[in-house]
Ligand binder design. Structure first.
Ligand code: UDX
Length: 436
């Protein structure tokens, strides 16, 4: 099928390449000429496992192309909208400028029977507002939220755990859902749940999922706070409650909390939208979720101060990680980088290392020192702080090896990823999050 994908950021670039990899003919369109140049050459503009391969294959096969020219969308049967919906400057609500611009620029190039499929995460009610404009061009709007996780984006796009399509009522909606089933044929063929809803439900599914995940993380981090004043161990607590199948162990990792381009802004936008709808109190708990999350960064900083005897001034602190999570070079709202920035502000001599995210981190925080080699970063350090649980730090850094390089023997485990007993046995003072 011929497809267009408007917006070639995280979501759009992966979607375009993934759709080409399952046999569609895809054109990716973006206003950013630099991004399009890179993609056209087959260069992934960010680190995402598997993307480089499907990008190169798609371009080589002739099924995948990229352009800044929106008229290239003409002739495609389905047009995916995958532009960003960032947090508004100075407010919590989502900024819909790019969604509106993408739809407006697409309208003149639509033909009767085309489908416009919104994938961006939007406040509930957005699709209903856009639908008339799309219908006036003879096309049908569907809302088809995306649940991909960074680091697993390619796999999640090709083989998602569910597909959701918000469609208009009646035969037009049924036809649109049928076309989307054809688009996602490999997933549909293997029995992936395909849930057809109205617009509002589809929009809400996405924000509800992210709100739930964020709440789950903040719940366990709240338990970590209680553990800290009672001497309990939150990791054991998480294991024990996680055995209850109704609760489940996933997303109960206590630590410095969630970040990234989605969870933080999505819960804020959801709360803001609920306020507009006169239902602010229904998701009032999301403010607590946000507050707990941000407090955990303070806690990590406090532990470093404690570990260094009350002051970090002029102490060398090696910060392991800058990305908001492993397998990603994304530093948007990264708790890891935030901890580094705060320590630096307190007068520590901070050295940050990360296997993938240094370039992006340097762009937003040029004041920090960065080293690509882990061992160079920890050399002569008074304390080590693990803030992104890359295997290089969590599994592959042994306390005995670290001892040969550092000046001090203090380790703060901001992700509860290290073997506390092993570090202690090697003579280290180990500080975890919500652990004695
Ligand atoms: C998230 C959703 O998972 C995805 O479905 C949606 O489409 C986009 O937002 P992503 O931002 O890639 O995906 O990251 P995710 O894996 O959800 O992790 C979010 C943050 O939570 C990371 O900073 C991670 O370190 C943190 N986290 C995750 C925890 O602190 N504890 C956990 O137990 C799990």
């Amino acid at each position: 099928m011929r497809l267009s994908v408007i917006g070639c950021g995280y979501l759009g670039a992966v979607h375009a390449a993934a759709m080409a990899s399952i046999g569609h003919e895809v054109v990716g369109i973006d206003v950013d000429a630099r991004k399009i140049d890179a993609l056209s050459k087959g260069d992934a503009p960010f680190f995402e496992p598997g993307l480089q391969e499907i990008l190169t294959d798609g371009i080589r096969s002739g099924r995948l192309s990229f352009t800044t020219d929106i008229s290239a969308a003409a002739g495609a049967k389905v047009h995916f909208i995958g532009v960003g919906t960032p947090q508004q400057v100075g407010a919590h609500a989502a900024d819909l400028t790019y969604v509106n611009a993408a739809v407006d620029s697409l309208l003149p190039h639509l033909s009767d029977g085309d489908i416009v499929a919104g994938k961006s995460t939007v406040p509930v009610g957005t699709a209903a507002e856009l639908a008339d404009r799309v219908a006036a061009s003879g096309a049908t709007l569907v809302w088809n939220p995306e649940f991909l996780r960074e680091g697993w984006a390619v796999q999640d796009t090709i083989d998602p755990d569910r597909l959701v399509a918000g469609v208009p009522a009646g035969a037009e909606g049924e036809r649109a859902a049928e076309v989307l089933r054809e688009v996602y044929h490999p997933a549909v063929a293997k029995g992936t749940p395909f849930i057809v809803t109205d617009y509002a439900t589809a929009e809400l599914v996405k924000v509800a999922a992210n709100a739930f995940l964020a709440t789950k993380i903040s719940f366990i981090n709240a338990m970590a706070e209680i553990a800290e004043v009672t001497g309990a161990d939150v990791t054991q607590l998480a294991d024990a409650i996680g055995h209850d199948a109704r609760i489940g162990r996933r997303f109960l990792g206590a630590g410095i909390g969630f970040g990234g381009g989605c969870l933080p802004k999505d819960i804020r936008a959801f709360a803001a939208r609920a306020e507009e709808l006169g239902r602010g109190e229904s998701v009032g708990f999301l403010r607590e979720v946000d507050a707990i999350n941000l407090r955990r960064r303070d806690r990590a900083v406090q532990l470093v101060i404690e570990a260094l005897g009350g002051s970090v001034v002029d102490k060398k602190v090696a910060v392991l990680g800058a990305a908001f999570k492993p397998h990603s070079d994304d530093v948007r709202d990264s708790p890891a980088l935030d901890v580094a920035v705060r320590l630096n502000g307190l007068g520590a001599k901070v050295v940050v290392t990360d296997p993938q995210a240094i370039e992006n981190a340097r762009r937003v925080h040029p004041q920090l020192n960065y080293l690509t080699e882990r061992d160079e970063a920890i050399r002569d350090a008074d304390a080590i702080v693990l803030v992104t649980e890359w295997d290089e730090y969590r599994r592959e850094l042994s306390p005995d090896h670290a001892s040969t390089l550092t000046a001090g023997r203090a380790v703060v485990d901001g992700r509860n990823g290290l073997d506390a007993a092993a570090w202690r046995a090697a003579g280290w003072a180990y500080y975890g999050m919500g652990r004695p």
